[in-house]
Design a protein around this ligand. Structure first.
Ligand SMILES: Nc1ncnc2c1ncn2[C@@H]1O[C@H](COP(=O)(O)OP(=O)(O)O)[C@@H](O)[C@H]1O
Ligand SMILES: [Mg+2]
Length: 170
């Protein structure tokens, strides 16, 4: 699919943001599906590490989450085009479930840090459309969750999504 087509599809998918698809489900399932979606694009020298602990089932929209994870993994690949480590973590703490997508890639320049979630912001010259993190933010908002990023220039970035176990209407 061409970049423009893909972007338009992504936007259509979320616009208007669907609602009413929240059911008790397994966040790990969304993560597994996202990994499958990205498999073919995985850089050759990339290692994946999974650090999953048991988490409670969560009121969530698995399909939306799958897309959010997909974009985070895709960005991690872009940050590590040749080699690196993608670490996926899953954990739970006080009625919240969190998911980390961590890479050992290029990191995020300081002057870009407050822009990366903006629609159409991209630092990538060729393939960037600047839609991924905007969608991540929207999906997380729909879940009444939060997303935080811990960037280090030259030593990668960790995106953490935190979701309330009881979903958006707790
Ligand atoms: N894992 C990451 N490592 C380094 N920079 C990142 C990462 N994820 C996102 N970014 C930065 O955030 C920008 C916006 O990401 P995104 O919305 O997915 O758009 P795109 O991937 O099309 O550039 C990227 O262009 C990049 O500058
Ligand atoms: Mg992206």
């Amino acid at each position: 699919m061409g970049l423009v087509t893909k972007t338009i599809n992504d936007l259509n998918y979320f616009s208007p943001v669907r609602s009413g698809y929240f059911v008790e489900d397994d966040v790990q399932r969304a993560l597994a599906k996202a990994i499958t979606m990205t498999q073919r694009e995985m850089p050759d020298g990339l290692e994946i590490r999974r650090e999953y602990s048991e988490v409670p089932r969560t009121i969530c929209d698995v399909e939306q989450l799958q897309h959010a994870f997909y974009h985070l993994i895709q960005n991690a690949f872009d940050a590590m085009p040749h080699q690196g480590m993608l670490t996926l973590r899953l954990g739970a703490q006080s009625k919240m479930v969190w998911i980390d997508v961590a890479d050992t890639g290029v990191g995020i320049a300081e002057h870009n840090r407050d822009k990366i979630f903006n629609l159409f912001f991209s630092s990538k010259s060729v393939r960037g459309a600047g839609v991924g993190l905007y969608l991540v933010r929207r999906v997380v908002d729909e879940h009444a969750g939060s997303v935080v990023v811990q960037p280090q220039v030259n030593s990668g970035a960790t995106f953490r999504i935190i979701l309330p176990v009881k979903g958006p209407s707790n």
